[in-house]
Design a protein around this ligand. Structure first.
Ligand SMILES: O=C(O)C[C@@](O)(C[N+](=O)[O-])C(=O)O
Ligand code: SF4
Length: 741
């Protein structure tokens, strides 16, 4: 009998579940009688009840059993607060917490890390004590970015992982279905991306997802898993596949996945998991798609002709081919001068990324020049930092002008003490990150942020100008000579193996510690949750519109990160950032709305607090793909906490719509998208017939305009029975607590 293979070196009593998955898959195959995509195989082999579960793509809600859970420290605080309030004694599924979001980039890795450990002590102690009490593994600050740590230690082909972060799909690079957030999943559509040709030259894995974003746009992946396949797959490294899956979050995809192949085997072996590689090699049928399986849509990309892209500004799906970037910048008035170039983030901070960037830096050094732009380097994990340090890759990047930051999210999430431009100053930055929303990196709405591959970012940093195309243009060396950069070369995996570096992991005590989890009631960063009020059974009558948001409204608009991250464990304090960067359709301003009770204009949070104090529930009106971006539940918790009852929009991003349901808010969409225009900011909104709220049944909405006229429109929702019971109970947690009582 084949001996069991442990799921990771940290989980000695949890095993790779291929046997059980294969049994479940056989049951599902007998029921479906058709070829299956890889996505379906991995998802359906994790069904709670494979014999009876309904499996209509785009319709059924699947009840799944994830193999593990991963939480990052900015979202884990609320996740653990909710766990504490659930009263459950211990986690049932192997889980880890990763401290990566709260380390502010200022002067460099070690100083920034020790400062962060000091300023965030209360939060780290809370997370560490909650982790040990409830049996959760704890990765200390400096350990690295959650998605790199997961790839290096926990992801495996066929894994089903739930994470409190929208970039959890990074694990698809090792053939896992890794999903940001919800514990139940709407049966996903499957979009196939067929890769042909070969990677080469300046083209990087990042360019594949930048192209897919261009084709599908930020909403194009909603409700779907993106399944990569075709002859081009084998020319992409394992970490390259992870990069592509990671940024599937930016097209709203439920997740993304690649088929198990030799590249994944090589990566598993290089990261001390040879037995998992061998076990996966015994189950090819489980870990690759069937011949003849059908996709809901197929997009084809020829890697041989794929041109490097630079996407932005302000949205990750606005693709500029590197040969058009300069022209587009001049035509659109984007600042040509690149102030800062940043490589790293969970999307592109692998050993291969760092060595490819260093191969560009090396050429500049040979010609005696450095980067014109400020240049920062973020290793993805302590293991990558230690290995690039051993191999002197960091030395090359520093010699050309790079500042090595802590192994953390840093500027990607606005944890950046940026001093080179004034607030409001128009400027351009380029990064190897995944998002470029307004103000995300530095809280400056005038920063034009572009995302590209690390090698393109490094090349642009040398020129310091958006008009530079490294494929055609030359640079000037220290002695005035013109020279062209050779295309980047790198090492997919370190030839001398990885160096694990400092120990950063805290194993939970086997029995769970008796120690209590202390939360100081006077803390301004941590606040225990009190359950939300149950629905009072009545319709909503004459609710004011707190804000009618104009155009894009991401989770960064609803609950900004950056300086606000410090309050992620304190719901009342963080609620002071609610909608402060969203544009009010009435006056096209940020954070200025009319209080419909007093007639005064004021900040959104204060206006909401005023309504709440008067016992007046309110609604928000928004546009398409509302809530795109992060999985941060705060974007749903804050409106709920400040007295919101419904969010009425043209369409939702998946994660956020689910978060709203979980917190007992009503996520409603216009039956007729044009109805967005009928809402006047001074309207009073009534939602009728809520006692008969049921799946598939629209909600009646009456708008009373300030001139005394009124009109009725229809609003749709996607709540199933269970989710409707969450609304009635006041939140999913309330419902769960009712069930366990
Ligand atoms: O909101 C956060 O906690 C940061 C985050 O990592 C979350 N996310 O992507 O789900 C992000 O990149 O926005
Ligand atoms: S996208 Fe940025 S903030 Fe979010 S996990 Fe990745 S590195 Fe961290």
């Amino acid at each position: 009998i084949p001996q069991k293979v442990v799921m990771s070196k940290f989980d000695t009593d949890k095993y790779i579940p291929y046997e059980k998955m294969s049994e479940n898959l056989k049951i599902v195959r007998d029921r479906l009688q058709r070829p299956l995509t890889l996505s379906e195989k991995v998802v359906y082999s994790h069904l709670d009840d494979p014999k009876n579960q309904e499996m209509e793509r785009g319709e059924s809600y699947l009840l799944l059993r994830p193999d593990r859970v991963a939480m990052q420290d900015a979202t884990a605080q609320m996740a653990m607060m909710q766990f504490i309030s659930s009263g459950l004694p211990k986690v049932r599924v192997p889980s880890t917490i990763h401290c990566d979001h709260l380390i502010e980039a200022q002067v460099g890795a070690s100083a920034d890390l020790s400062r962060a450990i000091d300023t965030n002590r209360e939060v780290y102690d809370f997370l560490a004590s909650a982790a040990s009490k409830y049996g959760v593994g704890f990765w200390k600050p400096g350990g690295g970015i959650i998605h790199q740590i997961v790839l290096e230690n926990y992801a495996f082909p066929g894994l089903l992982l739930t994470g409190t972060d929208s970039h959890t799909p990074n694990g698809g690079g090792l053939g896992g279905v890794c999903i940001g957030l919800p514990w139940e999943l709407k049966c996903p559509h499957v979009i196939g991306v067929r890769l042909t040709g070969e990677m080469g030259g300046w083209t990087a894995a990042k360019d594949v997802i930048l192209k897919v974003a261009d084709i599908l746009t930020v909403a194009g992946g909603t409700g779907a898993i993106i399944e990569y396949h075709g002859p081009g797959v084998d020319s992409i490294s394992c970490t390259g596949m992870a990069t592509i899956c990671n940024m599937g979050a930016e097209i709203g995809a439920t997740t993304s996945i690649f088929p198990f192949n030799h590249r994944m085997s090589r990566y598993l072996r290089a990261t001390g998991r040879e037995d998992i590689a061998k076990e996966a090699e015994r189950y090819p049928d489980l870990l690759t798609p069937d011949e003849g399986c059908t996709y809901d849509r197929v997009v084809e990309i020829d890697l041989s002709t794929l041109e490097p892209l630079v996407n932005g500004p302000y949205t990750p799906d606005l693709a500029n081919p590197i040969s058009q970037l300069g022209k587009n910048a001049q035509e659109n008035g984007w600042p040509l001068d690149i102030k800062v170039a940043l490589i790293g983030s969970c999307t592109n901070s692998s050993y291969e990324d760092m060595t490819r960037a260093a191969s560009i830096a090396q050429q500049a050094l040979q010609h005696g020049i450095k980067t014109k732009s400020a240049f920062t380097v973020t290793p993805g994990s302590e293991q990558i930092r230690a290995t690039i340090s051993r191999d002197k890759v960091d030395e090359t990047l520093e010699a050309v002008g790079g500042l090595v930051l802590a192994n953390a999210c840093g500027p990607c999430i606005g944890q950046w003490d940026r001093r080179d431009v004034d607030k409001g100053e128009k400027n351009t930055i380029v990064s190897s990150y995944n998002r470029n929303f307004t103000g995300r990196n530095d809280a400056n709405p005038a920063t034009h942020s572009f995302v590209a591959s690390p090698e393109i970012v490094t090349a642009l940093a040398l020129a310091g100008d958006l008009r530079f195309n490294p494929l055609t243009d030359s640079l000037t060396g220290a002695s005035g000579e013109e020279f062209r950069l050779e295309p980047p070369t790198g090492e997919e995996l370190p030839s001398k193996g990885f160096d694990a570096g400092e120990e950063c992991y805290q194993e939970p005590p086997a029995k769970g510690s008796s120690s209590s989890v202390d939360v100081d009631p006077n803390s301004n960063r941590l606040q225990l949750l009190t359950p939300f009020d149950k629905w009072d059974g009545n319709d909503i009558e004459d609710a004011p519109v707190l804000i009618k948001v104009y155009l894009k409204c991401t989770t960064d608009h609803i609950s900004s990160a950056g300086p606000w991250l410090k309050y992620r464990g304190h719901l009342d304090n963080i609620s002071n950032n609610m909608f402060i960067t969203a544009i009010n359709e009435e006056n096209k301003e940020m954070n200025s709305v009319k209080n419909q009770l007093t007639g005064e204009y004021g900040p959104v949070p204060d206006t909401a607090r005023y309504y709440k104090a008067q016992g007046v529930k309110w609604v928000v009106v928004g546009d398409s793909n509302y809530g795109e971006g992060s999985s941060r539940e705060h974007a749903a918790l804050e409106p709920r906490h400040l007295g919101g009852v419904a969010i009425i929009v043209r369409s939702f991003a998946r994660i956020h719509e689910t978060n709203l349901k979980k917190q007992g808010m009503l996520p409603l969409t216009f039956a007729d998208p044009a109805d967005y225009d009928k809402f006047q900011p001074s309207d009073r909104v009534s939602l009728l017939g809520l006692a008969n709220l049921s799946p598939g049944q629209p909600v009646r909405c009456v708008l009373k305009h300030s001139d005394g006229s009124s009109e009725e429109i229809q609003l749709n929702h996607t709540m199933n029975e269970t989710q409707i019971s969450w609304f009635q109970a006041g939140s999913a947690l309330n419902k769960m607590a009712d069930m366990f009582r």
